[in-house]
Write a protein that binds this ligand. Structure first.
Ligand code: PGA
Length: 249
């Protein structure tokens, strides 16, 4: 099975010109990649312009995703973007429940659950992010927190009805995101095995301070089926290196 490498650009870069430059460099660098599916998740605003630069023949493994979506498809919801809009733009994936959204925008587990359901009904593949905070980890609550998030975020979604690989879950320890302090592959492996037991048909990713040096450890040593990359996805060379290393697994 192909590894899945997801680039979460977050609120970057600041101009469309820079976004195009980054996208074109990545596109060029991954031309010969066969065993990895690469998902670029730019800010909403850039998706349609970048989509025009994509080349299905040259880089069929390069897909698009969004960093969030709303749970309704239309109506009076100022500022929101719907799953059907994303689908119409050509997105195949959507990141949901990222810890930054939980933290800065007070997204609750119930809201995330509604978003996941809405995404699935538009045939978008949700990339559900779950993870414990530093305090929860110190208190030994990691597994309890993850189980609780999964139960709430996936409530009333019949997992048996989901196609294999149509739900992606990213284990992103909150304390490892953007800190340069990644989770040790050994510790991450325990989490991977725990999640895999619950989510047999899902693809499970690791995210949190991934770079070209440590990427391979999470795939080889821990067993994850892919990576969610933040900061390192903004540097074309570094991101291409992560993809190339993943191709070797
Ligand atoms: P990071 O971010 O790679 O910069 O730690 C990962 C994420 O937030 O998805």
């Amino acid at each position: 099975m192909k590894s899945l490498i997801v680039a979460n650009w977050k609120l970057n870069p600041q101009t469309l010109i820079e976004a195009k430059k980054l996208f074109n460099s990545v596109k060029k660098g991954i031309r010969n990649i066969k065993k990895v599916e690469i998902v670029i998740c730019p800010p909403f605003l850039y998706i349609s312009d970048l989509k025009k630069l994509a080349d299905q023949k040259l880089t069929p493994n390069l897909k698009f995703g969004a960093q969030d979506c709303f749970w309704e498809n239309k109506g009076a919801f100022t500022g929101e973007i719907s799953p059907s809009m994303l689908k119409n733009l050509g997105c195949q994936y959507v990141i949901l429940g990222h810890s930054e959204r939980r933290r800065y925008f007070q997204e609750s587990d119930e809201m995330i659950n509604k978003k996941i359901k809405a995404a699935i009904s538009e045939n978008l593949k949700p990339i559900l992010c779950i993870g414990e905070t530093e305090d929860e980890r110190k208190e030994g609550k990691t597994f309890k927190v993850l189980k609780n998030q999964l139960q709430k975020n996936l409530a009333k979604i019949e997992k048996s009805k989901l196609k294999i690989g149509s739900l992606i879950v990213a284990y992103e320890p909150v304390w490892a995101i953007g800190t340069g302090n990644p989770c040790e592959p050994k510790e991450a492996k325990k989490v991977f095995l725990f999640l895999k037991k619950i989510l047999k048909n899902s693809i499970i990713l690791y995210g949190g301070s991934v770079n070209s040096e440590n990427a391979i450890n999470y795939l080889k040593e821990s067993g994850f089926q892919g990576l969610l990359v933040g900061g390192a996805s903004l540097k074309a060379k570094e991101f291409i290196e992560i993809v190339k290393k993943s191709e070797e697994v």
